[in-house]
Design a protein around this ligand. Structure first.
Ligand SMILES: [Zn+2]
Length: 137
């Protein structure tokens, strides 16, 4: 079992693992806040930790310090709906994210902000976009 080695490494340096995980979240959205599109400087818990929210990818989204601070301990969707920069496509993207469908989440974010690049390393994502463009033409 090769996976055993990885688990062992993770146990050996959990801090490094957490840092790498946080960085990967930022990379997914091109270092953009999932709520407003500004540079993401922090990781926000969609369901706040104070309400039992876990530090897992499905509950953690890249957010700017402003959004993270304003949102505080409120429920993400309730808070987001009342923001000036509210965008239903972003709300859908957050829903997809917490459902664990990062691919769909990134597509929705790209739709909300077509000139930004999201996870450009994901070639399959690009292919899906090309298919979509072809259908729309
Ligand atoms: Zn923000």
């Amino acid at each position: 079992m090769h996976s055993k080695d990885a688990v062992f490494l993770d146990e050996l340096c959990p801090k490094l693992r957490v840092r790498r995980w946080r960085q990967s979240l930022h990379t997914f959205t091109g270092k953009k806040c999932i709520y407003c599109g500004k540079p993401s400087e922090s990781i926000d818990h969609v369901l706040p930790r104070s309400r039992g929210g876990l530090s897992v990818t499905e509950n953690c989204v890249p957010a700017c310090l402003s959004c993270n601070g304003h949102k505080s301990d409120t429920e993400a969707f309730d808070w987001y709906r009342h923001q000036r920069f509210y965008d239903p496509r972003r709300a859908m993207a957050i829903r997809a994210w917490i459902d664990g469908d990062l691919r769909l989440a990134l597509r929705l974010l790209q739709w909300a902000q077509p000139h930004e690049s999201y996870s450009t390393k994901d070639k399959k994502l690009k292919i899906i976009d090309e298919d979509f463009a072809w259908q729309a033409a």
